[in-house]
Design a protein around this ligand. Structure first.
Ligand code: URA
Length: 258
């Protein structure tokens, strides 16, 4: 399927220096996380965020040198934070991942995009949203006058779940301090959460995507505005929902670009 109608031609693209850029991007095939195919029109009564855990699975390992405690993470600056993600052993995913996937873009971005977790290609390349889903995300950003050097892009999980399964509650909890610190350092004007897993975990909600879309939510002590939209991997399979995603993007644009 082609990556079509996301380019606005009526507005020249605004460019700003990306002085705090993490990594440049390119495209390659990617296998998207498994949870992005969920329908968004369920009635809201049955959304299970994560599987039940045994006591063993639920235990987050003790913090150590390579897996800092939450309060230590909350005081980290960018480089230390990125190193801590790469050295992290706070959940079992470090055993199967190739590397941590920290984030990419402008560390002073007005817009923060949050996805679910790295897939196979992201795990290999160390950058979020590469491949076809990332290609569509790039086109979506372009449509609102942004690109991945101007926004910041990261995931709920910094390590790839095996076989692209949904993140587990213990993994999300172990990774949360890294995301919280990224948000605190960036201080974005708005957050766009793409896909059910990102939205539910960021907002602490069990509502289905269809119920979370269309409204502003707020995150954290700064009550950062959060908009929820479809995951680009889902839109690749369901292009008929691109119109609704465009509504979400326009809402974000109104906050980010005034
Ligand atoms: N899907 C995501 O949610 N995140 C990525 O980084 C890649 C695919």
């Amino acid at each position: 399927m082609g990556l079509t109608p996301w380019v606005r031609r009526d507005r020249p693209q605004r460019r700003e220096p990306a002085d705090q850029r993490d990594v440049a991007s390119s495209a390659a095939p990617v296998s998207a996380p498994s949870s992005v195919g969920e329908p968004d029109d369920s009635d809201g009564s049955v959304t299970v965020m994560v599987p039940e855990l045994s006591a063993d699975e639920a235990a987050v390992p003790e913090a150590g040198t390579a897996s800092s405690g939450d309060d230590v993470i909350a005081a980290m600056e960018w480089d230390e934070l990125a190193s801590a993600v790469n050295a992290c052993t706070r959940c079992p995913l470090h055993e199967s991942r190739t590397q941590g996937v920290f984030g990419v873009g402008n560390r002073r971005a007005d817009l923060l995009i949050i996805g679910e977790a790295p897939g196979a290609e992201e795990d290999r390349r160390g950058e979020p949203f590469v491949g076809r889903a990332g290609g569509l995300l790039d086109l979506m950003l372009h449509a609102i006058g942004q690109d991945r050097s101007r926004v910041y892009i990261t995931n709920i999980l910094k390590s790839r779940p095996p076989d692209n399964r949904d993140p587990r509650a213990d993994e999300v909890a172990a990774c949360e301090p890294f995301l919280q610190r990224q948000i605190e350092l960036i201080q974005p004007k708005a957050i766009l959460a793409v896909g059910r897993v990102a939205a539910q975990n960021l907002l602490g909600s069990a509502k289905p995507l269809g119920k979370l879309r269309g409204d502003w939510h707020h995150y954290g002590p700064r009550t950062t505005p959060v908009r929820v939209s479809y995951h680009p991997a889902y839109l690749l399979r369901r292009p008929q929902d691109k119109g609704k995603a465009w509504q979400d993007l326009k809402a974000v644009r109104s906050v980010v670009m005034g």
